[in-house]
Design a protein around this ligand. Structure first.
Ligand code: NAI
Ligand code: MG
Length: 484
């Protein structure tokens, strides 16, 4: 069995204890991982603080050069990283490859972005010279989930490092391996020791210690609403900024005039991808009444053709991440059977070859009332809730009828319908006749309502990792004639 260390101050450390990491496709133990405790978090924060003194003074062009090198190394190791991600999370190999490509893109994108990120000058008066500086926060804490460790790790760490921060990253206990590999590649690329520390461990232990550490200057968290609130409270103790990405209950809204042939495969993929364990999963399908029966029939047909298997075998869909996630999804589905009609799926597959993994059949619930639990709560499994709507007004009302607001998609050929929906939907991203834009490092991303606050990705994602300083300089009017 392979052992994975923590990375603190550029050194690999075994830690005083370990935990086991499971392969969700087989239930077997995949690796033994160093279990970070509060003392390790403290050491990592200290190392990041020390590294920050130099890193913040390193020229942007030099920071960019190192980030580009990290991107190149991710690309060099693409197959290895994809294989590891696929085994650790259970996701199909081609999705893991896409994650590696997007992770490489984040480092490339933020390397470029930092070279063209400037402050402003503000013309107040001839004898007052005012300019703004975008400075790094200092030490940034990153708590990431298990669904896209490599992609989310890169998405949060690349802009932080680009802006001159030094990081402590705590991966999720269910899938920490590629985040540790990312830390190793960053060192190989020449990132100074301590600039990116990786401390794997349990949420209530290493995660809680990191969120509560008085030495951090910014916290970014991706995960559940419940833990998002906890870490937000911990950060409030030290009055530091927090970015929260807390998932969603995102709708695909299909109008009768849509190109259904294009829409259907994308609608299916938006919930099948990563077995529905995606923050931006299209977990609700709102469909105009006149095409409802046709759309549901096609959806069911496509769901029944989805192949299940271990991630590395590259099926259409892999297992859920853990026994407890399988339990969680199963109990939502059991509850849903009393609220709506399960028209396909509804439980684990019968296939005996899959019995040791945490597999669940792609499931469609039809005629789901908007107030049903399965229409409002994030299930985080391959389960879609279908609800019909009569007109534009009802489509808007249903789209906005949950506490979440991360992503939405509108399928229509009518430009006015598209504009009205894009304007009225409460979400951080709205897609029209597409979904997700292949990870889209360029596109600002984040939630409204319980989906969180702050933006990642795009230039916005870089600015989140800076704080603005305004400098106002009074000129000597005696030596500057006419300026007074
Ligand atoms: P979680 O919120 O417990 O885990 C996310 C991260 O937070 C992990 O690194 C975990 O170790 C850490 N964490 C847990 N407790 C902590 C604490 N007290 N202090 C600091 N860090 C802590 O999510 P979990 O339990 O793995 O999944 C439960 C549900 O959360 C899912 O079914 C899904 O609905 C949602 N979720 C949403 C994600 C998203 O992408 N927005 C990702 C993961 C989960
Ligand atoms: Mg695992």
């Amino acid at each position: 069995m392979t052992s994975y260390p923590m990375l603190i101050d550029g050194k690999e450390m075994a830690g005083s204890a370990t935990f086991t990491d499971q392969d969700p496709s087989t239930g077997r133990i995949l690796a033994e991982v160093a279990r970070g405790h509060p003392g390790d978090i403290d050491a990592a924060v200290g190392a990041a603080r020390k590294a920050h003194e130099r890193w913040r003074r390193t020229k942007p062009a030099e920071r960019a050069r190192i980030l580009r090198r990290i991107s190149e190394l991710i690309t060099r190791d693409r197959e290895q990283l994809a294989d590891l991600e696929s085994r650790d999370t259970g996701k199909p190999l081609r999705q893991a490859r896409a994650d590696a490509d997007v992770a490489a893109r984040y480092f490339e994108f933020y390397a470029s972005a930092i070279e063209v990120t400037y402050g402003d000058t503000i013309p107040v008066a001839p004898d007052l010279f005012v300019y703004t500086l975008r400075e790094p926060h200092g030490v940034t804490a990153h708590i990431i989930p298990w669904n896209y460790p490599l992609q989310i790790g890169a998405r949060t760490v690349a802009p932080a490092l680009a802006a001159g921060n030094c990081c402590v990253l705590k991966p999720a206990e269910e899938a920490p391996l590629t985040a540790i590999q990312l830390g190793r590649l960053a060192l190989e690329a020449g990132l100074p020791p301590g600039a990116l520390n990786i401390v794997p461990g349990f949420g209530e232990e290493a995660g809680a210690a990191l969120a509560a550490h008085p030495g951090i200057d910014h916290l970014s968290f991706t995960g559940s609403v419940e833990v998002g609130k906890l870490v937000s409270k911990a950060a409030a103790e030290h009055v530091i900024p927090v970015t929260l990405e807390l998932g969603g209950k995102s709708p695909n809204v299909v109008f009768a005039d849509a190109d259904l042939g294009t829409a259907l495969p994308v609608v299916v993929n938006s919930i099948i991808q990563n077995a529905g364990q995606t923050c931006s999963a299209g977990s609700r399908l709102l469909v105009e009444s006149s095409v409802h029966d046709r759309v549901v029939a096609e959806l069911v047909d496509r769901f029944q053709q989805v192949s299940l298997g271990p991630g590395p075998a590259d099926p259409d869909m892999g297992p859920l991440i853990s026994a407890s996630q399988l339990q969680r999804v199963s109990s939502y589905v059991d509850l849903g059977k009393g609220e709506a009609r399960a028209v396909t799926g509804g439980g684990p597959p019968g296939d005996s070859r899959l019995k040791d993994g945490f597999f669940f059949l792609p499931t469609v619930f039809d005629d789901v009332p908007p107030e049903a639990v399965i229409a409002r709560e994030e299930i985080f499994g391959p389960v879609v809730a279908v609800t019909a709507f009569a007109d534009l007004a009802e489509a808007i009302r249903l789209a906005n009828s949950t506490d979440f607001g991360l992503v939405a998609a509108v399928w229509t050929r009518d430009v006015t319908t598209a504009h009205v929906m894009a304007s009225e939907i409460q979400a951080g991203q709205v897609f029209v006749n597409t979904y997700g834009a292949s990870g889209g490092p360029e596109l600002p991303f984040g939630g409204v309502k319980r989906s969180g606050h702050g933006r990642e990705k795009g230039l916005e994602g870089l600015l989140e990792f800076t704080r603005m300083k305004t400098v106002a300089m009074k000129l000597d009017t005696a030596t500057y004639p006419g300026a007074a």
